[in-house]
Design a protein around this ligand. Structure first.
Ligand SMILES: Cc1ncc(COP(=O)(O)O)c(C=O)c1O
Length: 377
């Protein structure tokens, strides 16, 4: 009955979070940091009613495309497509680029929600290892030299990587772009956490360094609020035109686009980003302190931004078993194995510090530590 792309998928959805569970699993925003958009929604529904309750232009509201173009180095409005979030943008990129059995490059580990999106197009994943500076470009060069045909694209999260939290320094970015140029491969830069920065200076984006070689995926999910479901792609104009034609939703919701524009026009974004950074920095510090106290036998790289800590568990401890045990203790975390497109190491778990309160972080980390000890016995 099912098409091949559906047959490959799991027959059930993972259970939604149980009430009372401490959520270290998904990249949900901290509730206290969600902006009050009452005024913006009011203006959008009154002054802009004819626009916001009508079908929108397929590529997005022109004003929003303009804003995104000015926010992104080296692009103009015809390079921007507004989408229903960054994942939707990735799906459209796949629609434009992928045929069945096409190879694509991902880091091992990679963003776990990207895996089923790409897999549904029947593509095959080629893993490239990562280190503390992100995707290992020398290892990628060796892999590309061996492949019978070049991959369709390289998918990468260069800023505060999901799940590992690492950021690519500029030299590594330049080397990656040079390699992509040499083999004429598109680079897909997925960078939702770029502004969720706790320390250090921002590194130039792959897009600003690589121009038309790079398709940048952006989102208001981490800039403002995930529930808005507004993101974008920045790419060469002929690519954007094709993505727009394959976008079957008659344009993303104009009401939310206008709410965002009103927020931006009121000049609220810079202050909001400061709050976001302060909130998640404090959450990160709180989780690191709890881990040092409760689980010193696990190791991790200190994330300089983003939402996640990627824990390496003591030898022989399975992340899947720890996640299952933690769930029974009322804490949801994601087993590291879920972040590998091909079977990979199993001794990791990802902890999101974005959503929980400080009390929940203390309590949750204690229960995760108990789960690790229970699994170890
Ligand atoms: C790497 C990465 N890309 C994309 C997204 C989601 O973007 P959106 O909510 O705009 O679809 C996330 C959210 O967790 C992410 O971590």
């Amino acid at each position: 009955m099912y098409a091949r792309r559906a047959e490959r998928l799991a027959p059930t959805l993972p259970p939604s979070a149980v009430t009372g569970t401490i959520g270290f699993d998904s990249g949900h925003a901290f509730p206290g940091v969600l902006p009050d958009l009452t005024r913006e929604a009011d203006v959008a529904l009154t002054r802009y009613r004819a626009e916001t309750l009508q079908y929108a232009p397929r590529a997005g509201l022109p004003d929003l495309r303009e804003w995104i173009a000015s926010y992104t180095t080296g692009v103009s409005v015809e390079n921007i497509l507004v989408t229903n979030g960054a994942k939707h943008a990735l799906e459209l990129v796949c629609r434009v680029l992928l045929d069945e059995y096409d190879p694509i490059i991902v880091t091992a580990p990679t963003y776990f929600s990207a895996i089923p999106i790409v897999r549904s197009f029947g593509a095959t994943f080629i893993d490239v290892p990562q280190d503390a500076s992100g995707l290992d470009v020398s290892a990628l060069a060796a892999i590309l030299g061996r492949l019978p045909r070049p991959p369709k694209f390289i998918y990468n999260v260069p800023d505060y990587h999901n799940p590992t939290g690492v950021t690519m320094p500029i030299e590594r970015r330049q080397a990656l772009i040079a390699l992509a140029e040499r083999y004429q491969i598109m680079l897909v830069e997925d960078s939702p956490y770029r502004e969720v920065r706790f320390e250090g200076t921002p590194v130039p984006s792959l897009k600003s360094l690589g121009g038309d070689r790079v398709i940048l995926l952006g989102t208001f999910a981490k800039l403002m609020a995930p529930g808005l479901r507004v993101g974008w792609a920045a790419a060469p104009a002929p690519f954007i035109a094709r993505m727009a034609q394959l976008k079957t939703d008659a344009g993303s919701c104009p009401l939310t686009q206008r709410v965002i524009l009103e927020f931006l026009a009121a000049g609220r974004l810079p202050q909001h980003i400061e709050r976001v950074q302060a909130t998640y920095r404090a959450n990160r510090d709180h989780m690191m302190a709890a881990l040092a106290r409760e689980l010193p036998e696990a190791t991790y790289d200190r994330p300089h931004g983003g939402y996640y800590i990627w824990l390496t568990l003591p030898d022989g401890v399975s992340g899947d078993a720890v996640a299952a045990c933690a769930a029974q203790q009322g804490v949801s975390i994601i087993a590291g194995s879920k972040f590998y497109a091909n079977p990979g190491p199993t001794h990791h778990v990802r902890l999101a510090f974005s959503h929980a309160s400080h009390e929940e972080i203390d309590d949750g980390v204690r229960r995760v530590a108990e789960a690790v000890r229970a699994v170890r016995q």
